[in-house]
Write a new protein. Structure first.
Length: 550
């Protein structure tokens, strides 16, 4: 039994959480001010996205100093105060570690790009070539080639993300040592865990083979960018040299990680990571050309993904459960109905999140049912990934009306609009104009309204979190899908020697009958409809949790 198995993670995107300094950008002191709110949810761990020194080309995922804090967020003192306050409230802090790449403004890269003779040159991945002839056809995840020409040394460097995020060369043992020293710096301050950004990408396939034309993005990720030959050797080394010295939780972000290789990262016998974030359920609607070429949502497949991953970790390893984060659209807009069943479907998704086996991560704003944003044109968007994709679509003469619709659906900015605290100006997030436009629905959807309303999405989350905490069966118990082929309902059983639960989730706009025999000996524990008790019909987007009467 481990604290991180029983706990619940709350994820914060710091620039959109709460602005205490009045510059339109959320900050660490802002998080400090809202700790009582976070505590009131009943969560145990708080993962904060990067707040290190950074030119912010990719909102902090481009780091220029790993041992300092970006001025827009605070300084090392603000950090120490935040950590102390969190600990005094019994909250644990998970930091984001971004070591597949640095910023191009990191002193290592600045020196590396000046001369081939610099000792920092080998910190990055370089390839000879000619100015107009790229080393291979690899594409950046954020559009365009993954190679950028460096005039001073007359060679290319690799960047799997923006051109301002050069990939580190993990083959170089000095790079690895530097990374372990960074980890040690934060852990020795008392940080309780690490979420590791794109950790599956750190080992490169050194033959840098061309990718066959027409290969879909997910396959490219798995077979070319992620799961390189030395990835497990590196993670094991990191574990041995630094992670194992602390009682922490580690979660690897895993693009390219799937059912075939997932266990390799988290098998307890191998001493690597505690958990991974896989993306099977979040990329299942990506079409041939990726996220901006969406295909219809397949509910049967969605359920199967959860069942398969549960099975994978049923004997070894441990699952992490999440439905969205700062890189995907809002969960209620994506998997629910953010219109006429906004409240019901938000609560249903909360029920799913809190009743599966694994450690749940709740992303800021989902606890009040924040929705995708309705920006009218591209000028409102900020995210480098969205903007690059937009420019590429123009170059490729795409149908821009259709492409904009895809952006409205899939842009990462959907999940990055400021947290909606109240119905005052800027949703109570900041006294000045925020860095990105607030979602217009903040007058209706906000924390203050929901704190007052006992039936709100927020209070429903609190009840569910409490229920999970009081019933270890919901944490550790076995899982079985009771109707994998049902086209509207997700029903599953969670059980162990203490208790049995049945969970019914109606993922549809119509009412659907459930099997009365199945729940004959059960009592209703919670539902998102108050009048649900005796009916065998599930209302649209109704969620029910039943418990076996003993
Ligand atoms: C994954 C992060 O979650 C995302 O926000 C970032 O852009 C990429 N990794 C690159 O660091």
């Amino acid at each position: 039994m481990k604290w991180w198995k029983e706990g619940i993670i709350y994820q914060i995107y710091p620039r959109s959480f709460f602005d205490s300094s009045g510059n339109g950008i959320g900050d660490l002191n802002g998080i400090s001010k809202k700790l009582h709110y976070i505590k009131s949810l009943g969560v145990d761990m708080v993962w904060i996205c990067p707040f290190y020194k950074s030119p912010n080309k990719d909102n902090g995922y481009d780091i220029s100093d790993y041992k300092d804090i970006s001025k827009i967020f605070g300084d090392l003192n603000t950090f120490d105060t935040l950590l102390k306050k969190m600990h005094s409230l019994g909250l644990k802090l998970i930091m984001d570690l971004v070591v597949n790449h640095t910023s191009d403004k990191h002193p290592w890269f600045k020196k590396a790009r000046k001369s081939r003779k610099s000792k920092f040159h080998d910190y990055y991945i370089w390839k000879d070539g000619e100015k107009d002839k790229k080393p291979n056809n690899w594409k950046s995840v954020f559009s365009g080639s993954a190679w950028k020409w460096n005039e001073q040394t007359k060679e290319y460097f690799l960047h799997l993300y923006t051109k301002n995020q050069p990939d580190l060369n993990w083959e170089n043992p000095t790079v690895r040592k530097e990374v372990y020293s960074i980890i040690d710096f934060w852990l020795s301050k008392g940080v309780d865990g690490i979420r590791m950004d794109v950790i599956s990408l750190i080992s490169k396939r050194l033959d840098f083979k061309n990718i066959p034309n027409n290969m879909i993005f997910i396959d490219v990720m798995e077979k070319y960018y992620a799961n390189g030959p030395r990835v497990h050797e590196y993670i094991k080394e990191m574990n041995k040299k630094v992670l194992s010295k602390y009682d922490i939780v580690t979660i690897g972000e895993g693009p390219g990680i799937n059912l075939n290789n997932g266990l390799d990262y988290v098998n307890e016998d191998e001493n690597e990571l505690n958990m991974i974030f896989h993306f099977d359920h979040l990329t299942m609607d990506f079409g041939k050309e990726g996220k901006y070429d969406p295909i219809p949502f397949d509910f049967i497949k969605f359920k199967k993904i959860f069942s398969n991953w549960d099975k994978l970790f049923s004997k070894r390893g441990w699952n992490s459960i999440f439905l969205g984060n700062h890189d995907f659209s809002r969960i209620v807009s994506r998997f629910g109905n953010d219109n006429e069943f906004h409240e019901e479907s938000s609560k249903l998704l909360a029920t799913l999140l809190m009743t599966l086996r694994g450690t749940p991560s709740l992303y800021q704003g989902d606890e009040i049912g924040m929705t995708n944003v309705d920006y009218s044109n591209i000028s409102f968007y900020d995210d480098v990934e969205t903007i690059n994709a937009w420019k590429e679509a123009i170059d490729n003469k795409k149908n821009m009306k259709k492409f904009f619709e895809a952006i409205q659906k899939q842009s990462r900015d959907n999940a990055r609009t400021p947290m909606q605290w109240d119905n005052k100006k800027n949703a109570g997030f900041s006294k000045v104009k925020p860095w990105i436009k607030v979602n217009d629905n903040y007058k209706k959807i906000n924390v203050k309204n929901q704190e007052k309303d006992l039936d709100s999405i927020l209070n429903y989350y609190k009840l569910l979190i409490k229920l999970r905490k009081e019933n270890s069966t919901l944490v550790y118990g076995k899982y079985e899908d009771l109707g994998p082929m049902h086209t509207k309902i997700f029903s599953y059983k969670r059980w162990d020697e203490n208790d049995v639960f049945i969970i019914h989730l109606n993922f549809s706009n119509c009412s659907v009958k459930i099997n009365s025999n199945e729940i004959k000996d059960y009592k209703l524990v919670i539902s998102n409809y108050t009048f649900a008790k005796k009916s065998y019909n599930l209302n649209p987007w109704e969620a029910r949790i039943y418990k076996l009467i003993k």
